[in-house]
Design a protein around this ligand. Structure first.
Ligand code: ADP
Ligand code: MG
Length: 347
């Protein structure tokens, strides 16, 4: 198989606002001036979907969008393939503004550059797993033999080898969503849009699906936009996370940024329930080091979680660890006390 080309399709969202209602454009100035969502609704009968969203989603990474129900997550993701037109703003995909595409360009863009995975799976009930999976390539007019080759490869990759002749109603929810994922991956589009794709699944199945996605992403390096209202899922999947509230971004950053420095009470309320030891990495709590570290102390690489670090520490006899950089050179040291402090959100 050919090496996958480097993914060039980052997504830059610039000054995006969306107002729902018959005179949306007239309301744009009020929204820019900061009218609240409630006031826009009560006084002007319009719904604020999104206000002044700015996000850079790097190519080949997983961008999570998180927020409570009604915060604007679906509205945002649907702008990326322009299922929704913005009231104001730009959506640059691979440097090209989706908003400026004509109907033909948009059709080509949707077909070849994007694939979607839906919460409700959206499988065709009268088609087998294989026939559901080839669907995108069929629409693209790809020769049948290649459709089947590609589909069979992804069906196997998502763990459904042997089920290709089954119909959706013969499969569990988790298996149906594996089909949804195989179908999206078979399109071989650089961008994968996943709107609450795992939210309908039972917790254990959901964790399995996250693992499948993370494993596959190591190879495929798609630009994935993943929507969830679950912080554990966001922290596990997201290279970067943006948090929406009432149509506005209240914080964006890495999992470390969100858990260690929640921007406000809203974010804090999500973060409170989180298992900090499994999220916070030693880099965030270590003392940076110029020299060689404590002689003889066990070493762990940057990116090690606090949980794992404590495990290493208590398995040995010392009370500090040396943290090594990607090149194996010591970059910091951390004590059991620092690790313990990271576990409590009390400051
Ligand atoms: N077509 C529409 N017309 C009017 N209001 C809408 C429309 N679509 C979404 N909204 C409103 O926009 C806000 C964000 O909705 P949505 O993006 O579906 O949120 P989420 O996906 O985070 O649950 C909500 O207040 C919702 O009622
Ligand atoms: Mg939604």
């Amino acid at each position: 198989m050919a090496e996958p080309q480097e993914n060039q399709f980052g997504i830059e969202i610039r000054g995006l606002s969306k107002i729902f209602g018959p005179r949306a454009t007239d309301m744009a100035a009020l929204v820019a001036q900061g009218i609240s969502k409630a006031e826009l609704n009560e006084r002007h009968g319009h719904v604020l979907g999104l206000r002044d969203i700015n996000i850079d989603m790097p190519a080949g990474r997983i961008q999570v969008i998180m927020g409570l129900s009604g915060s604007g997550k679906s509205t945002l993701i649907r702008h990326i393939n322009r299922l929704i037109d913005p009231t104001v703003g730009e959506i640059l995909v691979g440097g090209e503004d989706v908003v400026k595409m004509d109907a033909g360009a948009l059709r080509t863009f949707r077909r070849h550059k994007t694939a979607m995975v839906f919460q409700k799976f959206a499988l065709l009930p009268h088609r087998t797993v294989l026939e559901n999976t080839v669907y995108g390539l069929e629409v693209q007019g790809v020769p049948r033999a290649r459709q089947v080759d590609e589909a069979m490869r992804w069906i196997a990759r998502v763990g459904l080898g042997g089920f290709e002749k089954h119909y959706p109603n013969q499969l569990s929810g988790g298996m149906q969503q594996r089909v949804g994922l195989a179908r999206a991956l078979t399109n071989d589009a650089p961008i994968l849009l996943m709107d609450e794709a795992f939210s309908a699944l039972d917790p254990l199945i959901r964790t399995d699906m996250q693992t499948v996605l993370l494993d596959i992403q190591k190879e495929i390096r798609k630009t994935i936009v993943f929507i969830t209202h679950d912080l554990d899922e966001a922290l596990r999947l997201g290279d970067r996370i943006a948090i929406l509230r009432d149509g506005e971004i209240v914080q964006q950053g890495t999992s470390q940024d969100i858990v260690l420095r929640p921007a406000d009470d809203y974010v804090e309320s999500f973060v409170r329930e989180v298992n900090r030891g499994k999220v916070i990495e030693v880099d965030a709590v270590m003392t940076p080091l110029a020299g060689d570290g404590a002689p003889g102390s066990p070493q762990v690489p940057v990116g090690t979680t606090v949980d794992e670090a404590i495990g290493t520490l208590v398995a040995g006899t010392g009370d500090s660890l040396t943290i090594t950089g990607t090149d194996g050179v010591p970059v910091g040291a951390v004590t059991l006390r620092q690790l313990a402090a990271a576990l409590t959100s009390a400051r």
